[in-house]
Ligand binder design. Sequence first.
Ligand SMILES: Cc1ncc(COP(=O)(O)O)c(C=O)c1O
Length: 375
Amino acid sequence: MVFLDNAATTKIALDVKKSMDICEDFFYANASSVHSAGLEAMKIIEKSRSEIAQALSCSPEEIFFTSGGTESNNWVIKSLIEMKSDKKKILTSKIEHPSILEPLKWLEKNFNYEIVYVNVLESGVIDLLDFKNKLDESFCLCTLMHVNNEIGSIQPIDEIGKFCKLKNVLFHTDACQSFMKLPINLTQMPIDFISINSHKIHGPKGIGALFISSKVKISPFLHGGGQEMGLRSTTMNTAGIVGFGKATELLKNFKHTKKISELSFWLKSELLNKFNDCVINNDGKEVLPNILNIRFNNILGKDLFWRLNKEGIFVSTSSACSSNKNTPSRVLHEIGLSEKQNLESIRVSISVDTEKDDLKIFLNALEKIIKNIGE
Ligand SMILES: Cc1ncc(COP(=O)(O)O)c(C=O)c1O
């Protein structure tokens, strides 16, 4: 199979799998137990916490393990209710992941919050002028993603964070698509909350984290036995956490980004050379190269998707969450694509596991499919 859907998830790295096997075999004690076996399990959990904290240049005490990006995003948004602040305005964009947009809608409906959407430019980057015009001291939270999952556009989270600080507004960023792909240095970036997950970086599924700045307070997400400093109770997922830490460690020198950039550049030029009708939807400067969003004139993305699928080549029609719904992508709509262009689009996403031969197989299949469709 040729897996070109790495923005949806990635294959677990062999060394990650090995580190998890060791956990299951030897460190299976409940990490909250005070006997030596429990303490040993807690020790390796704390090593992973430190590894992840180091990657973000923050303190290990600011990393809280969760079940993934969705939970981290929900936690930040839902914790606003207990803050009981008089400020009830939240700034976001319409290109956020559903795990941001849906809880926001829920807050709006059930707790009378006002959700304000910042304009997004054709590049997929927010309009900073509009952002600065809209955000003021009456907002309690600004939540804007670091990298978009459908088009890879990169938001200037440094500048956004600094402006939020100026206006005394909490700033959260969903960094599930950028963690270990772009450096995030929290000693220099004023950010209050960051959501990350493991399965986008060749770690296991079902584990993520929320960075909570020591300068801010947040209410517990799960009440119970008091794990994670009383903020998220449940027996610790030792193997998942260790796998997440290992996956982070394996990518810490960022060498993989060079391979991904080169492959992406090559694929883009091959697509444009081979296919007159191919358009790159996300051809801007502020885009992470692992995601290519492309379309072919007069060919439905879903037709390409299913024909590639038949050849054992896996891409996505938009985001993984909505690709089975066969509706136009909300994100592509926001950056100005017509409904026709939107439905013609597919997302091809690569990772450090992708080889040039995979891309050659994809290009050959694409050539064959497009020729067949045209006949
Ligand atoms: C930008 C973004 N945020 C959040 C999520 C949800 O993460 P998880 O699958 O770990 O719940 C994803 C994954 O699809 C994502 O791409």
